[in-house]
Design a binder for this molecule. Structure first.
Ligand code: SF4
Ligand code: ZN
Length: 146
């Protein structure tokens, strides 16, 4: 799981980190669009989402926009046959990508225990701590410069 976290280092720069805004749902709010449009991680976020995220607004793109682009480029989402926990199927929410900040947000948003599909404790809380630490570090750096 640590590898997965490191591979997504761009998330440390994500403007949406800790944001209470809703990135899911049919209509994308202006505040969400504004946040993404100035986010330093926008391009990496978009490239990641193009290959991994079916739902939600990511890197300035909607679900429909990414679907079209996937179709154009012949990209398939991984894990489309992945099994989901009963909790998740019952709530009709997307499978959680454990060990990530967005996974952490899914757990807390939907009030789901920090376990993976097999019932083992997952790494989302660890990932969240990592992001917070990185965020504080980057904040500290930017105030040093200022
Ligand atoms: S571009 Fe991606 S990382 Fe940045 S605010 Fe938007 S969703 Fe978050
Ligand atoms: Zn998790």
């Amino acid at each position: 799981m640590q590898l997965q976290v490191l591979a997504q280092e761009w998330r440390a720069q994500a403007s949406c980190k800790g944001s209470p805004l809703n990135f899911y749902g049919k209509r994308v709010r202006k505040e969400v669009m504004n946040l993404c449009s100035t986010c330093p991680a926008k391009e990496e976020c978009y490239q990641y989402a193009l290959r991994n995220e079916e739902y939600g607004y990511w890197g300035g793109s909607t679900e429909t926009q990414r679907n079209k682009e996937r179709h154009r480029l012949g990209i398939e989402l991984p894990g489309s046959e992945r099994s989901t926990s009963p909790e998740i199927s019952a709530k009709r929410i997307k499978p959680i990508t454990h060990g990530t900040e967005s996974g952490y947000r899914s757990h807390t948003r939907n009030n789901i225990a920090f376990t993976d599909e097999r019932g083992n404790e997952c790494d989302c809380r660890e990932a969240h701590k990592w992001y917070l630490r990185k965020y504080r570090e980057s904040r500290a750096k930017s105030t040093e410069v200022a």
